[in-house]
Each structure stands twice: as C-alpha cells, then as structure tokens.
Design a protein around this ligand. Structure first.
Ligand code: GCB
Length: 603
C-alpha cells in the first residue's frame, strides 16, 4: 500500500489510494504517456479549492476544478482555464528547468495529457507514475484516481473501469511545496525540482497477472535461489513455471489461495554477478494467464567482522556519490543516455560502487548499474532534521523505504539500503531511525542496512558513536575535515575513533572547487585546494583499520538554493569532481589514481 494522506476527507467521497506498484513495469505491455503535457501554473490552488477554500473534488458538484479538463460550452459560460490553449512541457521532466519563471517555483502546477485507448474486456489497466514531486492528485476523465506523496518513488492506480475507448484525458495536480513534517523536510542541499520527473505509463495486463516477484540468492548462500511469485486478480491457484535457461533451471511451483508461491531453487553452476563480471541471466516467470521476463544477476553480500564479502570474497568499495541531476541539460535525469553518462564517469574513475544520494533514483539507473557492473547504495530522503515525533512523518518515511525496496529488490547492483543521512542524535530520532533500520532488515534480509551518520569532534578526535550504529551493518559517516573543519594541512592532525567493530564505508568528504580556478592549495575554491584535500583524506583515512570503502562527495557539481556565492557558486554546490559543463577537475584524477592503487591491493 502506497502511503497517502487524503486532506479534507469529507462526506462526499471516499478517498482512493495509490497501490503497491507492479514489479518490472517495463517488462509489461505498456503505452508510454510521456511527451508534451499542457500545464497550468496555479500558485493559489485556484483549480483545487473554491473561494471558501473547499476542495472542488470533494464537493457535490465538483464544478470549477481544473481536473475537469472542460471546454467552455457557450458564449456566456465563465471558465478561467483552458488546457488546450495552455503551454506544454516535456514529461518526464521537472518544471524548473523548462521555463525561466519556474526555476524557483514551489507550489501547484496542473498537467494534462490526452491519449487514445482501446480497452479490451477481461483485461486489467494500470496507470503508473515513476515519480511525481512531491504530492500528486491524479484524475482520469474528470474522475479522481487518488493521491500520492513522496517525490522519488513510483505509484499506480487501477483504471480498468475508468478508461474509455477513444480519447482519454489524464490530469495531475503536482505540488512541490516543502513542509516541515514531510520526507524530506524543508531544508535540503539540493534543488527542489517539481513535477512529473519520471515516466508515465499505461499497462495492459491479464485479469490475473504476476504482480510481484523476488528471485535472488538466499542470504549468504551461493547454492540456493530464494524468493516468491505473487499473482493478483482472479484464478490465484496456478502452476507457475520459472525458467533460467542459461543456468539450466526450469521448475514448476504452485501458488496458494492468496496467489503466492514460494521460490526455492537449488543451484549447481552459476556465474555470480560482480562489478568485474556483471552477468545477468534471463529469468522467465510463466503463469497460466501471464508471463514476464527479467534480467537478474545473482550475488551475495555480507559482512564478517570488518570485512564486506561479495560472493564470499572481501571487497573494497571504490565509490562516488551522485545526485539525480544532469549538469549538461539542466534538470533531473530524463533519459537512459543521461544516466549512462553519469555511471560511465564513475567507471572512468575506476569505481565499482556508487552512492545514489539522497533519495531513490530512477529505476532505469539501477538497471544500468546492474548492466554496467556498479554496486549501489540506495537511500531514502530522511535527511537532516525530520519531524521525529510525528507519527505520520514516520509512516511516510517507512512507506518510501518500502516502495524503494519493493521496486529494486531484484537488482543485483543494490547492496545497501540506507535509511537516512546526517540525522542528529536525540531520543526521538533514535527511535524513528531504529524503527526504519529494523523495517529495512525485515523487508530484505539479503542486503546490508546503513545510514550516513554524523560524527562528534572531541579536540582532534573524530568520534563515531551514534547509537544507531548498533542496528546497522556498516559504519558510514560524513566528515568534512579540510573543508568545514580546518584546512587541508590541519586535517592531518585528526584521528578517527570508531566505536563499532564493523566495516567502515565513508559516505562523504569533499571540498568545493570552481572548475578552471587555479591557485595555490591553500586558496579555497581552487582546484588545487580540492586536490590536496583528497590527497590528505587518503592519508588520514588510511589510519582507519576497518576502512572498506568510500563515496566522496560528489561526482558532479549540482544545483542548490543554499549556495549563493556570486563568484564561486552561483547556486551550485561545487564539490563535484566534474564541473557543470562536464569538465573534469584535478581531483577527479586524484581519486582515480587512489582507486587504481586500492584495486591493486585488493586483487
Ligand atoms: C552533507 C550533505 C550533503 C551536502 C554536503 C555539502 O553533509 O549530506 O547533502 O550537499 O554535506 O556539500 O555540504
């Protein structure tokens, strides 16, 4: 069940909620609703509330709401909007990068797309959104489908009885207003891109269809595939055939009356997935009424003392952090090409690992990581100072985590679920984060659970003692020695005091450098400063006995409203190793050299 809050719950209608999304939407019979959508900017939410601030879609007449997508019927009728005559923007695409006046816009925009359908009797139709930031109200042919909150996770509605033959109209009210009690909260160091930022798809399915499956190696077991297949719709008791032809696997399993069948497949021979050999197997799941194919890699990930074991062998995570943002064409990543470009840059640095910060990235990104051989740290936007004591805030965070795990659980690349970033220790925060960590473990015991923790400085001692660490599999923390604290020379006096006997994977360190600005290494914002900071970080981190990886901050400069310096920043966070024009800074090569040497040591 997707998290929702239906505001203004009224007598007139019962709320409808977005559902758990189908597994592998791209493997289904889908119609893309991407393209140009008409939009209406609505800063006062005039299309949603009447002049007494009552929502139109909860009123008996419903008249006046923009979701209606109506045309003026006669000369005398007053209608103050018209989608057909309104401008268009590209979907998927954030609105901020598509019109100058929207660059800093936070509020409501209505978006509409017309499409033709020919629904068949006996079929099921799902309307699927890859992501809408932040709150979405969705309508089809003037009827409300439901609402969804959370800017980075997918959601869907069953539209089987609302889809009509011929022309249909889908309208989305998207609202990216920040609120203290939401996830994320009001304060973030990234751009609050609004709108429909990922694919919109209409899926046609059989009435009884394969809604979900998990097919992965059992925890720490290279000789067994475990998981389940779940059917939805009528005819739930079925035989299901699972084929992995290249691995010589073909087995029939039986669903129970709830449509669920456990998967348990012994393995003899297999090429295990790894960054060096990202082997993906075609996996077919064939039910009497449905069939779906996926490409799945098989690997195990565990920790043992201070080691991280990939397929039973120690691995060092040569990583880099990244945002879901394209520096070259402003805005969120929109196409596979954009995503490949970022991951390819990471590979050029000899990375085997990426931290997809600070929220769930596009599903396609994770599939590319599978294909290109990059391990992934996936995160939910529980960032900085959340409303720890608010129950609905917690439920929202848990739902976003659940949706992330649901979506990406078959991806070999994902080895870490991160439950948050730099959340300051307090009693209520410890409870909130502890619950999230437990949920992550219970949703998926085959991966590691972590969070980017904060450190304490006691003199020159950097102490890592956050009590949440007890519930996590990795010791991961952000440290800004040399940038926010001291300078690149002074940082060498710091020592680390890690209170946990677990693998240490540093989630962030870094320094801002304006690409092309050269000076001596003591001059802030220069490439030389950033380079020296990286070199000294490697010296400093070398003293941590449990160091098993890192994801410095960050691959590319990214936009942030918190960074207004007119010369050096201009609303860019400049900690990228690559500039906003795609130019590699000196520290890019420093990190690459370090990873080359680490790789030799780990061979
Ligand atoms: C951090 C945050 C990251 C910021 C970064 C910075 O600790 O996790 O989101 O962008 O520092 O540049 O200050």
């Amino acid at each position: 069940m997707i998290f929702f809050i239906c505001l203004n719950f009224s007598l007139f209608s019962t709320p409808v909620f977005a559902q758990t999304t189908i597994q592998n939407i791209y493997g289904r019979n889908i119609l893309s609703l991407n393209g140009r959508w008409n939009y209406i900017i609505d800063p006062y939410e005039t299309g949603f509330y009447d002049y007494r601030r009552q929502p139109f879609d909860q009123s008996a007449s419903g008249k006046g709401g923009y979701y209606d997508d109506r045309k003026q019927t006669g000369k005398g009728e007053l209608l103050e909007y018209d989608f057909d005559l309104s401008p268009t923007m590209k979907i998927p695409g954030d609105w901020n990068s598509q019109a100058e006046k929207l660059q800093l816009y936070e509020g409501t925009i209505w978006l509409r797309r017309k499409f033709t359908a020919d629904p068949q009797a006996g079929k099921k139709y799902l309307l699927y959104f890859g992501a809408v930031n932040y709150e979405a109200h969705v309508y089809l042919n003037g009827k409300k489908l439901g609402t969804h909150k959370g800017g980075f996770t997918p959601f869907q509605f069953d539209v089987t009885d609302k889809l009509i033959k011929g022309q249909n109209s889908v309208v989305v009210k998207a609202d990216n207003t920040r609120h203290a009690e939401e996830i994320p909260t009001v304060n973030t160091d990234w751009w609050n891109y609004g709108g429909i930022t990922r694919d919109v798809l209409l899926a046609e399915l059989h009435a009884a269809y394969i809604s979900d499956y998990k097919i992965q190696l059992a925890k720490g077991n290279l000789k067994k595939i475990e998981g389940y297949v779940q059917l939805a719709g009528p005819f739930k008791g079925q035989n299901i055939q699972i084929n992995i032809p290249e691995a010589g696997i073909s087995q029939v399993i039986q669903t129970d009356s709830t449509g669920r069948a456990p998967v348990n497949l012994p393995l003899h021979k297999m090429r295990y997935w790894s960054p060096e050999d990202p082997k993906l197997y075609a996996v077919e799941i064939i039910a009497a009424t449905d069939k779906v194919t996926d490409r799945i890699g098989f690997r195990t990930i565990e920790t043992k003392g201070q080691d991280i074991l990939l397929n039973g062998k120690p691995v060092f995570l040569r990583g880099i952090s990244m945002h879901d943002e394209n520096p070259l064409i402003p805005g969120r990543l929109r196409s596979e090409g954009d995503m490949r470009m970022l991951l390819q840059w990471a590979k050029e640095m000899n990375c085997n690992y990426v931290r997809l910060a600070h929220y769930p990235h596009n599903e396609t990104m994770i599939k590319l990581a599978d294909e290109m051989g990059l391990l992934v740290w996936a995160e939910v936007p529980v960032y900085w100072t959340i409303s720890w004591q608010n129950e609905s805030t917690y439920n929202n965070a848990q739902q976003q985590l659940t949706d992330l795990v649901t979506r990406d659980k078959n991806r070999a690349s994902v080895i870490v679920w991160s439950v948050g970033n730099e959340t300051p220790v307090s009693e209520s925060r410890n409870i909130f984060m502890g619950k999230l960590a437990a949920v992550a473990h219970s949703l998926d015991s085959t991966r590691l659970v972590a969070a980017a923790l904060e450190v304490h400085r006691k003199g020159n001692d950097i102490v890592i003692e956050d009590p949440l660490g007890d519930q996590l599999d990795l010791v991961s923390f952000n440290e800004y020695a040399g940038w926010y604290w001291s300078d690149p020379e002074g940082m060498l006096d710091y020592t680390f005091n890690v209170k946990f006997n677990k693998p240490v994977v540093i989630t962030e360190f870094g320094a801002d450098a304006l690409s092309g600005f050269h000076a001596d290494a003591a001059t802030r914002w220069s490439e030389e400063y950033q380079e020296l900071l990286y070199k000294n970080q490697f010296r400093m981190l070398g003293n941590i006995s449990g160091l098993r990886g890192m994801t410095p901050w960050i691959l590319v400069d990214f936009r942030s409203p918190r960074r207004p310096h007119p010369v050096y920043q201009d609303f860019w966070n400049r900690k990228g190793l690559i500039s906003e024009t795609g130019k590699k800074k000196m520290a890019f090569y420093t990190l690459k050299n370090y990873y080359d040497s680490v790789m030799l040591r780990y061979k």
